[in-house]
Design a protein around this ligand. Structure first.
Ligand SMILES: [Zn+2]
Length: 175
């Protein structure tokens, strides 16, 4: 399914990129949820190097009624910047990346469920983090030679994964 979207991509003091275009709804969802960086290049003049994630606040759904979408495309009404024009493979590549990502996360969740879910104790808590989503090994992960290898990490459980993903959108790799 496709929809008509309006984008107002903020580029700080340089201004903003606007566009009205159609895109697959699934592709737009993955683009926003993944926090993927879109590289627009020097679109606002030499050395402007516009790039960054497209956020929910920068995208407005104009219509997903197929009559509107068909008419919009038939009349060639797209104008301005479409982020998918700046991604190799466009919408389909974004959808595929999203599916791969979901599959990878599902594999990790299965592994966690199999080995680190304390379901035998009947409360279904994560045996690594107690469902806080964060594991702090700074005091415990010390090598035989006394090197402190610990770190505050996101857990591999579903809570940890969703915390990581929401923090990644704000570009933090560590909690
Ligand atoms: Zn956990």
């Amino acid at each position: 399914m496709k929809a008509i979207y309006q984008m107002k991509f903020e580029c700080g003091r340089q201004g903003c990129l606007t566009g009205i275009f159609t895109a697959k709804v699934d592709a737009m969802r993955v683009l926003i949820d993944s926090g993927r960086e879109v590289y627009f290049g020097e679109v606002l003049g030499k050395h402007s190097e516009v790039c960054g994630p497209v956020t929910q606040a920068e995208i407005k759904l104009i219509s997903d009624y197929c009559g509107h979408v068909d008419l919009f495309e038939a009349l060639g009404m797209a104008t301005g910047y479409n982020p998918f024009d700046y991604i190799d493979g466009g919408e389909d590549a974004v959808i595929e990346d999203g599916a791969n990502h979901d599959q990878m996360n599902a594999a990790i969740t299965d592994y966690w469920f199999e080995h680190y879910n304390s379901r035998d104790q009947e409360h279904g808590l994560c045996s690594l983090c107690g469902n806080s989503g964060i594991i702090d090994t700074r005091a415990t992960a010390v090598s035989a030679a006394g090197v402190r290898a610990g770190r505050k990490n996101f857990c591999i459980c579903p809570n940890g994964q969703s915390l990581r993903e929401s923090k990644q959108r704000a570009s933090h790799d560590q909690p």
